[in-house]
Design a protein around this ligand. Structure first.
Ligand code: SAM
Length: 204
């Protein structure tokens, strides 16, 4: 029941997501081609940003209530799509079989960031690209950091397991990719609790 409600609420917030992250996604996804796997695609709102060089998309979305939204998003038939009810910590694809992996606002919610990153490296072909936009912990000592800490238990409950204070940039740096490029950025208003963000890419 709760997961159905979360899926409905998030799918109806797609407009705000496009305004906040659309330009960045267009830029980040521009080099992607071939087979792309996306972890936690939610309603599939990232599909419209994929360039024509992508010919296959695999979605790994544990909440089945999102699956119908994903099918509606990709009605154009630009590429083949397959959605799996599975988790990032156990990706349902063979080693070295995908050209790129996408994660936007997902590593805050997975049970294990380390295991998810190990899996992403396992499925990427050598030279394959992991692209991401994530929110991370505010700087220690700032009002935002203290507020995030205070609200975390309630937030986690209401936002389907989302953690406000992960240091995902450090996990990505330490995950064993051959090259990593991370930009720290502020997206949205300064009163937004889901701040700051990181975006970038890592090469397997
Ligand atoms: C905040 S939503 C983000 C959805 C979408 N990527 C976006 O940018 O709007 C988090 C998503 O991660 C999914 N998720 C949660 N735990 C996951 C896991 N262990 N593996 C893969 N996806 C997960 C949720 O079901 C949800 O779709």
């Amino acid at each position: 029941m709760y997961r159905r409600l979360f899926a409905t609420l998030l799918a109806h917030a797609d407009g705000a997501q496009h305004r906040l992250y659309g330009d960045l996604k267009r830029e980040l996804f521009a080099p992607l081609a071939g087979t792309v796997l996306e972890i936690g695609p939610g309603s599939g709102l990232n599909l419209q940003y994929l360039p024509d060089a992508v010919d296959r998309w695999i979605g790994v979305e544990p909440n089945p209530h999102f699956h119908g939204y994903i099918e509606k998003q990709e009605a154009s038939g630009r590429f083949e799509i397959a959605t799996h009810e599975a988790v990032a910590e156990e990706l349902p694809v063979a080693d070295r079989t995908v050209d790129a992996v996408i994660s936007t606002l997902v590593l805050c919610s997975v049970d294990s960031v380390e295991r998810s990153l190990d899996e992403i490296r396992r499925v990427l072909r050598p030279g394959g690209r992991f692209v991401f936009i994530e929110h991370v912990a505010a700087e220690d000592g700032r009002w935002l950091h203290a507020t995030q800490r205070a609200i975390q238990p309630l937030w986690c409950y209401c936002a389907d397991g989302c953690h406000l204070q992960r240091r995902t940039h450090e996990n990505i740096q330490n995950a064993g990719f051959s090259e990593v490029d991370i930009t720290h950025r502020s997206i949205g208003t300064r009163f937004n609790l889901v701040q700051p963000h990181i975006s970038g890419w890592a090469i397997a």
